[in-house]
Design a protein around this ligand. Sequence first.
Ligand code: ABC
Ligand code: CA
Length: 543
Amino acid sequence: MFTSAQALSLFPLLSAFIPSALALDASAMRSKSVYQVITDRFARNSSVTTTCNVADRTYCGGTWSAIASELDYISGMGFDTVWISPVVSNIGGTTGEGESYHGYWTLDPNTLNSNFGTADELRALSTALHNKGMYLMVDVVVNHVAATSSSTFTPSAAYGPFSAQDDFHPFCWITDYSNQTMVEQCWLGDSSVALPDLNTESNTVKQYWDTWITQLVSNYTVDAIRIDTVKHISQAFWPDFVNAAGVFNQGEVLQGDAAYVGPYQNNAQVNPFNYPVYYPLVRAFNGTNQNLQELTTMVSTVKSSFNDPTLLGSFLNNHDNPRFESYVADTSLIKNAHAYPHVSDGIPYVYYGSEAGFKGGNDPDNREPLWTTSYDTNSDMYKFFASLNAARSAAGNASSSFYTNQMNVSTLSNTALLVNKAPLISVLSTSGSSAADASVTVPSSASGWASNTKVVDAVSCNELTTDGSGNLAVTIKQGLPVVLIASSQKGAVCANGTTSSGSGSGSGSSSSSKSAGEKTASGMGLWMAGALSAAVFGLQALL
Ligand code: ABC
Ligand code: CA
């Protein structure tokens, strides 16, 4: 079986007309592993040398074309999908909260943010990713635009399509997050930067956005979208929007209560980030010997609250929360916490800089420039993420149901968590790096392993063998995570050696696996139909 890129290279003429992308649907997305960047902070042209002070909240010079130049750095850790900041033009100048460098302060959704590059450069990033068998995820904001003051804000042509008073909900601040009508119809922001709330119940606004997302995806060959502020728009808005997008969506419903977040997946066709697990996950590893009960209970709650927990976005860090590393310095606790999203249900997301040991706290401190690290591919954490991605891909290759089967999570001791997502079985520890060696047993009843089965730990690359009953004795050393898979996968997870977390084997491995639902031949047909109809009807590009 050859890849789309290879297929297209056989037909150079065709490939000139058909985007080489294989847009991601839900089933294809399950096998993906996402690296999140802040476009302004991930990479910039080397000719720009100004200092980037995060506290200033100003543009630091990151661009789409500079991201395209660092794709090997990302794929070298085994990530195959890149989530970039919102791409549309934002309010200019400075505010009480600095500049719009993060991209969430929309001015005109019909034009691009020129700080990040041109339309051709965005397309070139998309193409560069696809040529490497990688995927582009774009962040989209449809809840609001931005203004420097709530009282002086007036809809005008500057806001592109949103120039009428009726396009907006009347001004009021969101002051009570338990009042859902207020959450949906009042404004986010504050006296420095107001986020005028769009009247997404209006047919004009709704239809604009549906057309906009179809064209954005098509114009830039976007493979998946991250949707901002999902809970600030009524659930009824979303099904048409996500269908118009036609690609996988991961949505931000910033709430820790699974009962609140669940309906967005179950009714509104949005796949939320797993904020319900995020908070207990941070607390579980926030210091040694934390109680693990809250996390195991939440895993059960999530299972009963969501139609499909395997499509949730699993993360430890992102651009809105203090980095985990700002709470915890112990490298073993950090590794265990980072392992969780990779070895559990859902699509793993890693926020840029986690591999570089960044430890910024609250926004804006958690948005450090990455160029100061010289894109070091030899750091312990860089290699650790490569091992995690390799283990996850190996499990997906070993079992067709790996991504869709739901895990079981339980405790093996007060400090050891068993994450059982066969054929990947992990023991995560809260004991910290200075703890004495500790032994736990993974029972055959949980793992399903037969007697005398050889397994390998993708982190240490040590091999272990089950006993005559199929039970496995695991020694936790220095509080490090243990990520186990059948030894037949050793070549995939520990290609270069037998010791250390740095197997360095993750390069490109996860992008090589294609799951059953991936749009291959038929997807190409769709793209061809799209290209033809665009040519025939002269489809007007909004962007
Ligand atoms: C700016 C400054 C910040 C300053 C802030 C007030 O203003 O930079 O330093 O603190 C963008 C920028 C930000 C900017 C904001 C506002 O715009 O990135 O730098 O902050 O101008 C999304 C994006 C986010 C983006 C926006 C706006 C939305 O991911 O990057 O911000 O487009 C709410 C929204 C959520 C939003 C988030 C920032 O604010 O719902 O969509 N994120 C509670 C509420 C949440 C609320 C959260 C805010 O507080 O329920 O709705 O998020 O802190 C749990 C509970 C949760 C609770 C948390 C705190 O605790 O279960 O409900 O969340 O236990
Ligand atoms: Ca709203």
